[in-house]
Design a protein around this ligand. Structure first.
Ligand SMILES: [Fe+2]
Ligand SMILES: [Fe+2]
Length: 188
């Protein structure tokens, strides 16, 4: 396990720019604190948090090439959403490079930018941590932090709702899985 994590951190240190490297460490730290709030499996959360953005600094052409070669976007609209391509490709790298086989961990990495219907606790914790880890500094982040700490599911739901409104206002398409996630959180 120790060897796996030194390999992962070495990979992130090589492949990510400083901002994204620090972000990844912030997500790990925050996700470990949030996991008990939802009684999530700490080992799954830890692994998913480390690897969630492992493909974030890859160029678009390379992302598309890996997506097409691996088939990791088949049956999904992900190819049409360039900003989230790093997630299915990241899950592919987690399996290929690091031998991750746990489906809950792989799905958390794969779905982290959008969520999905019936999200696992690992995915819900990862998304909450991704949203408000300490290096995030968008307007309103402090309110989101407070809301998420008070009520992880409710706070994440509110944060996603605001994000969707913002994307809808700019006229850009919202990935359909985001709506599925919001609906599932309502009934969680
Ligand atoms: Fe990401
Ligand atoms: Fe992230």
């Amino acid at each position: 396990m120790k060897a796996l994590y030194s390999r992962i951190v070495g990979y992130l240190n090589r492949e990510l720019d400083s901002k994204r490297f620090l972000h990844s460490l912030g997500v790990v730290q925050t996700a470990l604190v949030f996991a008990p709030l939802l009684e999530a499996d700490i080992e799954k959360v830890c692994l998913a948090a480390h690897l969630h953005d492992c493909a974030k600094c890859m160029g678009r052409d390379r992302l598309l090439q890996i997506a097409d070669e691996s088939g990791c976007c088949e049956g999904t609209p992900d190819r049409d959403f360039p900003n989230i391509l790093h997630a299915p490709v990241g899950a592919h790298i987690a399996r290929k490079e690091f031998g991750v086989e746990d489906q809950e961990v792989l799905d958390a990495i794969r779905f982290h930018p959008t969520g999905c219907a019936n999200p696992s606790r690992t995915l819900t914790v990862l998304m909450a941590a991704d949203f408000c880890e300490p290096t995030r500094n968008f307007p309103g982040v402090e309110e989101a932090r407070i809301a998420i700490r008070r009520d992880l599911v409710g706070g994440l739901s509110a944060a996603l709702g605001k994000k969707v409104l913002h994307v809808e206002e700019t006229g850009r398409p919202v990935h359909p899985r985001v709506y599925e996630m919001m609906e599932s959180l309502k009934h969680a």
